[in-house]
Structure formats: C-alpha cells, structure tokens
Design a protein. Structure first.
Length: 157
C-alpha cells in the first residue's frame, strides 16, 4: 500500500475517522482507505449528511507511520479550531466549585403546569348502535336491469 484516499471539501477541510470535518493537520485522525470504492461510498454518505458540501477524493502518499501525507496546498491557510469535548470546563477565578448555580430570578415557575399535573379525561359513553328492522331490508337484492341508469345519474336528476 503506497497511497490512500482521503476526503476533502470546498472549505479545505478533511473528513476524520469520527465523521467530522477537521483541518487535516493531524493526519492520524483522518479517514483514509486504500480502496477507491470505499472512499467513494464514504463520500456519498458524508454528502447525504450535508448536501451543500462539494466533496472530493484526494490521493495521498504515506509517511513512515502509515499516515497520509497531505500536500501543503490542500491545507487551509488558517487552522480550524475544534473544541475538544473531553476537556473539562475551567472554573472562573474566585468561584466556589461546591456552590450550586442559582436560578435566574426572572424565571418564575408557572402556577399550574398541565404537563406535570394532567387532568383526568372524562369518560364518554359510546353511542348505542341503531337498531335495524329486518323487515325494512329484506334479504332479496334488487336485480340490475341493463336499461336502468347508474345510481349516480339517477341522484342528479
């Protein structure tokens, strides 16, 4: 394996292994595959998530650690800043970490919340079935005569 395929978009960002768009400076995090058909499939999947992207395949050589060597002209001029989700937020200076945040005094709970205290729905008796007199509709069905117009035409007359 002398080369791999990576995916890049019109913003000079590269698809990472976690399906995020990164700046490509950390080549160990990039999605890569030695098979062009796998790269094309991944390109279609990424494009279905965001149809505004213009995604291209970029064939790259490998360095000694088997990571893709991204050409300098393919990288953006400015690094893309990504907030790492694993980082802990830094506490403000002079704040007590044991103190719980206080609610905003402008937020007042409603007097009655129908979602929390639902009212029971009154039960309604079903309508009784109408009684049908068997003599009203005898078991004989009327014969359809060829000269007889359809019922839809009879109702319009």
């Amino acid at each position: 394996m002398s080369h791999v395929y990576v995916l890049t978009n019109q913003h000079q960002q590269f698809l990472s292994k976690s399906n995020e768009w990164i700046d490509g400076r950390d080549s160990a995090r990039l999605f890569r595959t030695e098979y062009k058909d796998v790269a094309i499939n991944q390109m279609f999947e990424a494009n279905t998530r965001d149809v505004t992207l213009r995604i291209e395949l970029l064939e790259c050589g490998l360095d000694t650690k088997k990571n893709p060597q991204i050409p300098a002209d393919a990288l953006s001029d400015e690094p893309l800043y990504v907030v790492d989700e694993q980082e802990e937020p830094v506490a403000e200076e002079g704040g007590d970490p044991e103190e719980l945040p206080q609610p905003d005094p402008t937020e007042v709970p409603p007097e009655h919340n129908p979602e929390v205290d639902p009212q029971p729905v009154p039960e309604v008796e079903p309508d009784p079935q109408p009684e049908i007199d068997p003599d009203q509709y005898p078991g004989d069905t009327p014969e359809i005569e060829p000269e007889q117009p359809p019922e839809s035409v009879v109702s319009q007359i």
